[in-house]
Design a protein around this ligand. Structure first.
Ligand code: ZN
Length: 486
């Protein structure tokens, strides 16, 4: 089976062919270290974690680079605004790197809970200032940038005369020139669409480094061009990120790399779609900016309950990464239930005993799942195949069907690979000691019930069953004992 992925640059699905046999170089734009880790961070992280996992499952050696933007990611007007990390640090009287460290650790913690594997390399923009300065020099030497008042800007119009600015996002320069507001005369830029490669620091700007042009800091887009090529080579396989980064960030990345190196650096561009909340875009001003911690604890006013990290992960995987996902309490609750059903079937599968022969057809699950994954990572289809398979597992567990040893082994392997390795789902973390004690207490009650039944003490036996059922327990009598779930 061949892995097919949708390439944003060519706007079509392509068979994935790595540059070096058996190896994949993959770069994903990581978080901006400012503000709390929010839901928007979870989607690219989980999407590209799934790709990373699947490439490794296919046997590739993957070098996965995901950066940390920590020299100031300027949201809207990337060239004129104040560095957010610096602003926060000034307000709170902290060292900028203290702010960076705080948010990086929080981000890592949230990613770990979402079972997102750490990348192979996680470079910080602030740790690559020298390389970024060298990159600016190359663009200047190639003639696609100009210096102005200690800052360096990329000359978009000149670049576009030779190459094509806007090829990724499908925009053209005339449209862009028309749509960007006129410069107010204060700017050092020649044109409104030119973007900063190096910015001279204002006196109050506390994160700055020496350079041939001024004491200043690199433009946001530059770090990804620099660190991507540093760690993955001048041409590498996959570059990913959220769709919101396609313009201007990725468009500028392409322009910078082509200007400096004379050729494209990325073979496959991949973008995950966005998340909305109750049909609305997420935004601080809309009051629907929910952090991951708030989801995990249920403490945001829009949430009616807490949602576990695995519910969030499962919910994101239930949609194809190129379609939008709308978060609502109803949708999350449905995912929570679905995941519980799936994990219960997985648990039951691991306790099934084989019979002499199978009387249900469970063959072909592995191929169907692989086929879906190879079709541009179609995780919702994989999940639906697993739900179909769960029906058979429940039939066997309930004694209504049988499986041969061979079929059972195949089923167990496929489930383990798909659930744990590829989708990265696991049992939700719980407080283990409390959890164990609680399980043992339920087992004890059911043991007492079993003894009562053996003594024909139906009153006690029924009381235990009825009371536990009322509390939401599901009790199943089996030939050799009992089984319970919530
Ligand atoms: Zn980037």
């Amino acid at each position: 089976m061949e892995l097919v992925i949708y390439n944003t640059l060519s706007r079509k699905k392509e068979v994935f062919k790595p540059i070096h046999e058996g190896m994949v170089g993959m770069y994903v734009c990581g978080p901006t270290v400012y503000g709390d880790g929010h839901l928007g961070h979870a989607r690219p992280a989980i999407t590209f974690d799934t790709l990373y996992r699947y490439l490794m499952h296919l046997g590739y050696k993957v070098r996965y680079v995901r950066n940390i933007t920590d020299v100031g990611h300027l949201e809207h007007d990337a060239d004129e605004g104040e560095d957010k990390i610096a602003k926060k640090a000034r307000l709170e009287q902290l060292e900028p790197m203290e702010v960076v460290q705080y948010y990086t650790l929080r981000y890592h913690k949230a990613m770990e809970r979402l079972n997102v594997l750490p990348p192979s390399i996680e470079p910080h923009a602030s740790g690559h200032i020298i390389e970024q300065i060298e990159f600016v020099k190359r663009i200047l030497e190639a003639g696609f940038a100009y210096e102005s008042e200690g800052s360096v800007y990329f000359d978009v119009e000149k670049y576009n005369a030779k190459y094509h600015y806007g090829k990724l996002s499908g925009r053209n320069i005339d449209e862009l020139l028309e749509n960007t507001r006129e410069l107010d005369g204060q700017s050092e830029k020649r044109r409104s669409i030119d973007f900063a490669l190096w910015k001279k620091a204002a006196p109050e700007h506390i994160m700055h480094w020496p350079s041939p042009w001024s004491e200043g800091f690199p433009g946001w887009h530059l770090e990804c061009s620099t660190m991507g090529t540093k760690y993955l080579g001048e041409t590498f396989d996959i570059h990913g990120g959220g769709m919101d980064l396609m313009f201007p960030h990725h468009e500028c990345e392409i322009a910078q790399s082509v200007a400096a190196l004379g050729h494209e650096t990325v073979n496959y561009w991949m973008h995950n779609n966005m998340i909305t909340i109750n049909g609305q875009k997420m935004g601080k001003s809309l009051g629907n900016f929910i952090t991951l911690d708030e989801f995990f604890t249920g403490t945001h006013k829009l949430l009616t309950q807490a949602y576990s990290p695995m519910t969030i992960r499962f919910f994101i995987l239930q949609a194809h990464y190129r379609s939008t996902v709308d978060f609502s309490n109803e949708a999350l609750q449905a995912s929570e239930k679905g995941l519980a059903r799936l994990m219960e079937a997985y648990e039951r599968l691991n306790h099934l005993k084989a019979s002499a022969a199978s009387n249900v057809d469970v063959k072909g699950l592995k191929d169907r799942c692989e086929e879906a994954m190879c079709d541009d990572l179609n995780t919702p289809i994989v999940i639906s195949h697993l739900f179909d398979s769960a029906k058979n597992i429940n039939l066997v567990a309930d004694g209504k069907a049988t499986l041969s040893q061979e079929d059972l082994d195949e089923l167990k392997t496929t489930w383990k690979v798909m659930i744990e390795e590829v989708l990265g789902l696991k049992k939700d973390e719980e407080n283990d000691s409390t959890n164990d004690a609680y399980k043992q207490a339920i087992d004890l009650l059911l043991q007492i019930r079993l003894q009562a039944k053996q003594n024909k003490d139906w009153a006690t036996s029924d009381k235990i069953r009825d009371e536990l059922t009322k509390l939401g327990f599901n009790i199943k009598d089996k030939k050799d004992g009992f089984e319970w779930s919530i």
